[in-house]
Design a binder for this molecule. Structure first.
Ligand code: TRP
Length: 447
């Protein structure tokens, strides 16, 4: 590993890399966005559509990011320039800006999760979740919790690839799997769980023929896999030469999907068994921070406290491992492109991201604004960019992806998908997303 700065780091084990990548992928998108979309948009029919799109769009882009990262052994901006020349640097810069902006508001949401986790642990179930959430969401406490969460994230990334990120993933991810699976089993024992499953799986094949459902399923597939902003690219840049990229993409996408699917088996029985089905609303924030805490409160002081604590602890782990990957994109760029040490990069960039996020802890309008621009629109542009880059520009992309792989047969069809299928599908998602971002922003300014 002679390329790049000697101290840029390397994974200690294959499992470490896989769990870190799964940690990036598993987040709030798995815990609510997927289950809710599936329940609302066709149940089992949506499930089939989602799996299909994961193979068609998600896996190809993941393998594209992995190939660029491992091939260049550099952070996004330098990696794109390495294979495509300096005119591709702006795409890398977009990745870094996107990561910076997403983490700015993600830290605020994670701060709420941190406070709920602490509240269930220290004081017990949260009565009046609506009022509680309002008190938690903005103000000095929200800023304090955001800073606390960011400090933990910075501390882990400061430790480096192997001693920080990998070690955290090896401990935290099995914990998350165990909690989500355990709560899903517990939820199955509750009276009335059946109505929750029925809601989750209610099958309607006409839904998935809807264009809007199709684009939101495609969007969810690459949002959930943390694609389109160089997170997977950066993690792959710490790989040794011989790892089987197609195989590992499959494992990571499969694990991400399983967590999302099982999360639905946990959430809906809980909500339905506790009589809150009329509160299953569109808003992720409302569901996670109001409806579910209400369900825990309805369970009673002891059971509700335990289940509530475990649920928010799992959410916290998901948020933390995602935040780590977001910060690592920015950090590794500062190390490679600015020549900073890791210590300087994590501290300065981490502090800068926290600062830019503070407005989101003062007014939720900022949070919505950041999310619409970076978390929705920029991610889609980034995914389109990397697909075109690897499909059409990167020399020897097929050889790089195939290196060390037992799945060589999958490489030519992969490149064809990247060339001809992925870009037009993402372009359609992009048009939908641009319209919705425009509507949200113009609505915010009284338009
Ligand atoms: N995948 C994360 C989730 O499901 C969200 C996310 C999207 C993300 N893009 C990312 C996380 C990039 C880290 C890095 O919640």
């Amino acid at each position: 590993m002679a390329i790049g700065p000697a101290d840029r780091g390397q994974w200690g084990s294959r499992l470490g890399f896989i769990l870190a990548a799964v940690g990036s992928a598993v987040g709030l998108g798995n815990m609510w966005r997927f289950p809710y979309q599936m329940a609302e948009a066709g149940g089992a029919a949506f499930l089939i559509l989602y799996i299909f799109l994961m193979f068609l769009i998600g896996l190809p882009i993941m393998l594209a990011e992995f190939s660029v990262g491992r091939g260049a052994k550099r952070s996004p901006i330098a990696a794109l320039a390495h294979f495509g020349g300096p005119k591709w640097k702006p795409l890398g810069l977009l990745f870094v800006v996107t990561g910076f902006m997403i983490l700015a508001y993600y830290g605020v949401i994670a701060g709420w999760v941190l406070r709920y986790t602490g509240a269930f642990l220290v004081t017990g179930v949260v009565n009046d979740p609506g009022g509680t959430f309002e008190a938690y969401a903005t103000g000095p406490w929200a800023i304090g919790m955001q800073i606390a969460f960011m400090a933990i994230t910075i501390g882990i990334v400061y430790g480096g690839v192997q001693k920080g990120i990998e070690r955290a993933a090896l401990v935290l991810m099995p914990l998350l799997f165990a909690i989500v699976a355990g709560l899903a089993v517990y939820a199955a024992t509750l009276d009335g769980a059946g109505a929750g499953y029925a809601y989750y799986f209610q099958t309607d094949f006409s839904e998935i023929l809807d264009f809007g459902v199709l684009t939101s399923a495609a969007g969810q597939a690459f949002f959930s896999l943390s694609l389109g902003m160089g997170a997977m690219l950066t993690f792959a840049s710490y790989l040794k030469r011989d790892d089987d990229l197609p195989q590992q993409s499959g494992i990571i996408a499969g694990a991400d999907f399983m967590v999302a699917f099982v999360a639905g088996l946990m959430i809906f029985p809980l909500i339905f068994a506790l009589g809150l089905q009329d509160q299953v609303g569109e808003s992720t924030v409302g569901a996670l921070f109001i409806t579910l805490p209400q369900a825990f409160a309805n369970m009673g002081d002891v059971a509700g406290r335990i289940v509530g604590f475990l649920f928010f602890a799992a959410l916290l782990v998901g948020a933390l491992t995602s935040a780590i990957s977001l910060l690592e994109v920015v950090t590794s760029t500062a190390i490679d492109s600015l020549g900073w040490t890791r210590a300087k990069a994590t501290l300065i960039m981490g502090a800068g991201i926290t600062l830019i996020g503070v407005p989101c802890a003062i007014s939720l309008d900022f949070l919505t604004l950041y999310d619409e621009i970076a978390g929705e629109l920029f991610l889609v542009i980034g995914a389109l960019g990397i697909a075109i880059f690897v499909g059409w520009i990167m020399p020897n992309a097929e050889a790089e992806a195939a290196k060390g792989s037992a799945f060589g047969w999958s490489i030519p069809p992969w490149r064809m998908l990247l060339k001809f299928v992925v870009p037009p599908v993402i372009l359609i998602v992009l048009i939908y997303q641009a319209i919705s971002t425009f509507n949200v922003i113009s609505g915010m300014f009284g338009g």
